[in-house]
Design a protein around this ligand. Structure first.
Ligand SMILES: [Zn+2]
Ligand SMILES: [Zn+2]
Length: 242
């Protein structure tokens, strides 16, 4: 069904569009997007940043962040749009838990605006979201990483697979754990279910947040051990590297 202009306008009045970050109203007839004030003020990741995971580092002379020096990361490279703090933190919480699935389209657009060159140069064959434990996904109704992956795939015209790797263990939330506990909490929790599909592929893993990278690392390790060629990642937000 094609909506005419009047119907669209009425819908805008009944269901006003809001900026996903500050929740301010978007003028009628404009598309749903991050408002101009937020674009100006948000903590976009800038240089200097870690050459491996893209976390901000404190000086141009530093090549890698603290985590990348300490840990052996299985992925080749990764990128993130914002620092995980303030309004971004709140928005990602609403995206994840309050059924704001429409955020996925708007936030993924920022990913592509900023990193289409890097994604293109990496010659990605396949996009895969970091999977949720199946029961958890059923309860929530969606996997936020899956929504991001779908839109990036759509915008970049790259195939996206939602079923080639699963999370086989329901883990504890990572946020209250120490670095060491985080690593052991996510060790061997993923299982590739379609080796044929991932074999020799360069894969872009997608997730909403990267903190120490242990989840993405565990996922990358499983994919590589099952025959994937190379792994990259992209996340909406990332922690600081110092
Ligand atoms: Zn805003
Ligand atoms: Zn790093």
């Amino acid at each position: 069904m094609k909506l005419n202009k009047l119907t669209k306008m009425l819908l805008d009045i009944v269901y006003p569009k809001r900026c996903p970050i500050c929740m301010e109203l978007i003028p009628i007839n404009q598309e749903e997007k991050i408002c101009e004030i937020c674009i100006e003020e948000l903590p976009y990741i800038q240089q200097p940043r870690c050459q491996k995971c893209s976390k901000p580092v404190f000086s141009e002379e530093v090549t890698y962040c603290f985590d990348c020096i300490k840990a052996n990361h299985y992925y080749k490279n990764g990128w993130a749009v914002w620092l995980y703090e303030g309004a971004i933190k709140d928005a990602l919480h609403r995206f994840k838990y309050n059924n704001n699935k429409n955020y996925g389209r708007i936030l993924s657009k920022e990913v592509v605006t900023l990193y289409s060159r890097e994604i293109f140069d990496a010659k990605i064959d396949l996009i895969i979201p970091v999977p949720l434990y199946r029961k958890k996904e059923k309860k929530r109704g969606y996997n936020q990483a899956g929504i991001i992956a779908t839109y990036i795939g759509k915008y970049m015209n790259i195939t996206c697979s939602h079923n080639s790797i699963i999370k086989k263990i329901n883990t504890k939330a990572q946020k209250n754990l120490t670095d060491k506990e985080r690593i052991s909490n996510v060790k061997n929790i993923f299982k590739v279910t379609d080796e044929k599909l991932i074999k020799d592929k360069t894969i872009l893993l997608c997730d909403d947040i990267y903190t120490t990278g242990s989840t993405i690392n565990s996922c990358a390790k499983e994919l590589l051990s099952c025959g994937a060629k190379e792994i990259y990642f992209i996340t909406l937000a990332i922690g600081k590297g110092f």
